[in-house]
Design a protein. Sequence first.
Length: 404
Amino acid sequence: MIFIKNEFDVLVIRDHYPSENNPSSSPWVYDQVIGLQEMGYKPLVISPTPINPFKKYFKKKFRFYDSPCKEIESYKNTNVLRPPYLKIPNDYFIGVTLKNLTNCLLRYNHLTDIKIIHAHFGQNGFASLVLKKKLNVPLITSFYGYDSGRLSIRYKPFYKYLQREGDLFLALSKDMKKDLVSLGFNEEKILIHHLGVNLEVFRFNNKLINKFTILTVARLDQVKGIEYAINAVHLFLTKYPKIKSDFLYKIVGSGPHGDALKRLVNKLQMNESVVFIDNLSQKNSRDIVLKEMQDCDLFVLTSIKLKNGTKEGTPVVLMEAQSCGKPCITTFHAGIPEVVLNNKTGLLVQEKSSLDISKAIERLYFNRILLEKLGSNAREHINREFNQKIQMEKLGNIFKSLFD
């Protein structure tokens, strides 16, 4: 093992930390690391990176995985380690994968100047427990959705150790806190801490340009409910066929559900009205997101809860879009009603209701005064509740409370 100098005071644990190859992976973690540096901390990111002898059989699953590296690399002025560990791509072998992940992190038990560990996602919190004991430091675990939803069923036998030995758990919303309590986490050890948006990057711009454009930015998974938005656009344009030349729906992202969504668009003969943009295949993926958010008139994300329990947390894209002054059409789902305020910063509809989504699009297309008002309210709401600077100050205070 390559020896790492004992010069850091915070360990940040996050597999899939952003990289040059995949800058769109958890950008909020990167933002927090930068924020910690600005507060005077010296964070080191440990981003365990899977090695898999069966990788050639799981090309899509491992498409965006980086190559492991045992030496510290600099990613946009943050210090990152990407040590290898063996990950088995099957939920039934989670125990083996978590043991490998634990041993991967334990390699750094010589970093005795560490004051605190901040693990992102529940599985990384569990895997950090042995390292926490070795270093004798507090452990914060942030949850984000799937780790408190679908996969919590698989993780539950391991979470009992995290529940007992973890010092603090951060939930993104009241809904997520409720989920964690139902899993057995002590309510007194759970705090709600929102993610934040850099308002200087996602600037306000509510000017209408050319075609009326609605936008979705998402990983193309079933949980995003994008097929219901596509069907809603079809209903709207069928009702108002003359609008077609003045209307465009852009879907930015890629994922396992992408081909099915494209087939749906073909079936509905909507290729001129719906455009897919695979930003993740390009190195400037985040720049593409920012440009499309600046250029759209309305943002749509119609998330749904799947039968297996999978659901969202508080999608950051909804914060970013509102920061740009874009009203959002979204669903009463998980923590979303805390991010988008119904009839104040956007319009919320029931899950899986293409008709309700279509009516919401119709309402805002024909009422530009309301569209502009909701957009202005959205920017103010994000500035007040999801401002990155404010949320970083709160995170800093959380750190200090554990030091005391």
